[in-house]
Design a protein around this ligand. Sequence first.
Ligand SMILES: NC(=O)c1ccc[n+]([C@@H]2O[C@H](COP(=O)([O-])OP(=O)(O)OC[C@H]3O[C@@H](n4cnc5c(N)ncnc54)[C@H](OP(=O)(O)O)[C@@H]3O)[C@@H](O)[C@H]2O)c1
Length: 340
Amino acid sequence: MKQLQFLSACLICLWSCVVSAQSDKPTMKAIVVHEYGGPEVLKLDDVPRPVPKENEILVKVIAAGVNPVDSAARSEKFAQFLNIKLPAIPGYDIAGVIEKTGATVTKLKAGDPVYAYIALDKGGGYAEYALATEKETSPKPKSLNYVEAAAVPLVSLTAWQALIDTAKLSAGQAVLIHGGSGGVGSFAIQIAKARGAKVFATASTPNQDLLKQLGADVAIDYTKQKFEDVAKDVDVVLDAVGKDTLARSYGIVKKGGIIVSLVAQPDQAELDKHGIRGAPLGVEPNSDELAEITKLIDERKIKVIVSQTLPLAEAAKAQTQADTHHTRGKIVLKVAEKPK
Ligand SMILES: NC(=O)c1ccc[n+]([C@@H]2O[C@H](COP(=O)([O-])OP(=O)(O)OC[C@H]3O[C@@H](n4cnc5c(N)ncnc54)[C@H](OP(=O)(O)O)[C@@H]3O)[C@@H](O)[C@H]2O)c1
């Protein structure tokens, strides 16, 4: 009898050890996609907190930026294209404080305020903690709060890689930016102005004031005017819209000029016919370029437009707005209060 009592006491002890070991594993709140579908498939769950590998940084996320591409995780076609496996935590833009660094991380340390564009096949930004690498992460601009900082990385790098790396935009050149009031466009206008270019930009009627506020020399209301009647012989077109807009852009670029499209492959026959070049763009994380953008922000040459801030739990509402492709500036999810 005593042996039986001893055995059952041992078993209870063993079980409580297992349970407490499991509950000791830190968890976090995150938005998780378990199945493909509309924004309603975004669920707020408790999940294990990620552990950084030796080349990774664990960031305590204060704010997460929202981009149209975030919906890819819940679309079978795009998830496969971007190599996103379910269950997945969406979100590629974060701003927060480094909690922990892996052994081979040298430039950043715990406690640093940072922001990052996390590669599309990883994601994980809609969460209390997220992993990033040094190549994805830069110190946060001092002049921005965390919500503003989270609005910057993916779209500003897209604008930079389109205008500076691909089009080699230089002072005195003319550029037309389609979708100037959105995430990418609002940075593209300001980066082009900082380079000394003449900027034409398109948006709908309620966003004409924003185009001007961002520094566009010529604001075009695409609901009232044909952009090809206003912008002629430009050196560069940045197309963040596609379809008809791309098709109508070939004729306004001067010989030798370039169209960079974020949403489509420019038509080679049309490019040849007009004697111009064309390139699609797929934005890549780049902490050095993010640091260049940080400088322009802290020199007050770039301002950040956040039109809506929502709590993490309202990610579905945020993505519903992003899916409209008519967002003014950016939407940001507030994940936590800023550290003391
Ligand atoms: N390839 C890449 O690496 C890459 C990177 C980033 C983004 N993207 C893609 O690029 C697109 C833009 O991204 P985003 O973050 O800037 O999107 P966004 O924030 O939704 O902005 C889109 C903007 O386009 C404007 N717009 C809509 N229809 C237009 C039209 N017919 N003519 C001119 N402007 C129009 C809207 O202004 P109104 O509300 O005034 O119409 C809105 O401000 C998205 O499709 C996104 O997925 C691709």
